[in-house]
Design a protein around this ligand. Structure first.
Ligand code: FES
Length: 103
């Protein structure tokens, strides 16, 4: 069962950008792809780097430290040196507000 945390208005999240947010105890990186919003744990699985400091391209986020790529929709690794998926959190939009589920 997830607990839902408000991280801002849907309009605050722009295509091609990544925003750092906090959902309860979790630091999250928040992305917009078209009409959908996605949230990943804000820590690379390869080292101590924040994905919210990374670069968004083609539905992926590039880690700022060694340029590993994660799929924004799933957290799956897409390019070396990352081999382990980063945690993906459920997102819902309620009355224009973005909520991230942590459970
Ligand atoms: Fe992210 Fe190395 S710390 S790719």
């Amino acid at each position: 069962m997830s607990e839902w945390f408000d991280v801002g208005h849907a309009d605050d999240f722009a295509e091609g950008e990544v925003a750092a947010a906090r959902a309860g105890s979790q630091a999250v990186a928040v992305f917009r792809l078209g009409e959908e919003i996605f949230a990943l744990k804000d820590l690379c699985t390869h080292g101590n780097a924040k994905l919210s400091d990374g670069y968004v391209e083609d539905g992926c986020v590039e880690c700022p430290l060694h340029q590993g790529l994660f799929d924004i929709r799933s957290g799956a690794p897409r390019c070396a040196p990352v081999t382990e998926a980063v945690r993906s959190f459920p997102v819902r939009v309620v009355a224009g507000r973005v909520e991230i589920g942590v459970g």
